[in-house]
Design a protein around this ligand. Structure first.
Ligand code: ADP
Ligand code: MG
Length: 247
């Protein structure tokens, strides 16, 4: 245990919660410890990722053990792969119908996440879609695409807009992971935006009604509003911070 703490300190990782899984020494650890496929680990290395970044060292094992996390790490520290690697492992083979949702504040960011996902899922058959603005006439096509997708990336606005259409039926009951990226921005817009977002989260979580549904939050800064929401809504929460907390 002491050795674990020393290792975390060396990498500037702070982890608070019950039974926090050991941090990763190496991406290769994933094969022995979590039965992650060699092809996923090879793909990660082919992306040029030799060593996990600090947030990846701690967030990946937590998510692979189905633990809900609130992870804060600086911009550019690899948070996207930190949630995509465990999501890709958890989903395994394609089934059709969303089993992971990634929510983020802007469409641009959604496309960035999608690009990273395309690289990391090179060896997998999983399908992914980014929700975007559509003409009314295209909404039915959109429904079909979502039904075939394992992973859906969206802003909360887009997703809730579709969930609120009477003629659209989107089944989120098989969603295993709900990822909130740049949570600070979603929770800390104008008071109006922030309250809209809380309502949207309620709607999304109600729709993702599966018993095994988990939430993971990622953010560059630690904010009390997000921390409070996580404490209230995420059972068995682990708080992760990399570097110093910049509030
Ligand atoms: P964040 O979301 O924390 O701001 P990103 O996920 O956008 O950071 O990653 C920033 C950059 O680091 C990207 O170009 C990504 O490809 C790269 N990256 C991610 N993980 C690693 C890694 N383990 N080793 C090297 N580069 C990485
Ligand atoms: Mg990011």
């Amino acid at each position: 245990l002491e050795e674990q703490n020393r290792f975390r300190n060396e990498h500037g990782i702070k982890a608070v919660g019950r039974h926090v899984p050991a941090a990763l020494r190496d991406f290769t650890d994933l094969v022995q410890r979590y039965n992650v496929s060699q092809s996923l680990v090879d793909t990660v290395k082919e992306c040029g990722y030799e060593e996990p970044t600090p947030v990846q060292r701690q967030a990946v094992p937590c998510m692979l053990e189905d633990r809900q996390i609130y992870a804060c790490a600086p911009t550019g520290s690899g948070k996207t792969a930190a949630f995509l690697i465990p999501v890709l492992h958890a989903l395994g083979a394609p089934q059709g119908g969303p089993r992971a949702l990634v929510l983020c504040p802007t469409r641009e960011l959604a496309h960035q996440i999608h690009r990273e996902l395309l690289r990391l899922s090179a060896a997998s058959e999983l399908r992914c879609t980014v929700l975007r603005n559509l003409k009314e006439s295209k909404i039915k096509e959109r429904e079909t695409t979502i039904r075939k997708s394992d992973i859906v990336i969206s802003t909360p606005n887009r997703l809730c807009y579709l969930l609120n259409q009477d003629n659209v039926n989107i089944n989120l009951s098989k969603v295993k992971w709900v990822i909130i990226d740049e949570a600070d921005k979603l929770f800390e817009g104008s008071p109006e935006q922030a309250s809209d977002f809380r309502q949207q989260m309620e709607q999304v979580l109600a729709a993702c009604a599966g018993r095994q549904r988990r939430v993971a939050m990622f953010s560059a800064t630690h904010t009390p509003a997000v921390a409070r929401w996580c404490r209230r809504h995420m059972r068995g929460l682990i708080n992760l911070t990399v570097g110093h907390r910049n509030t």
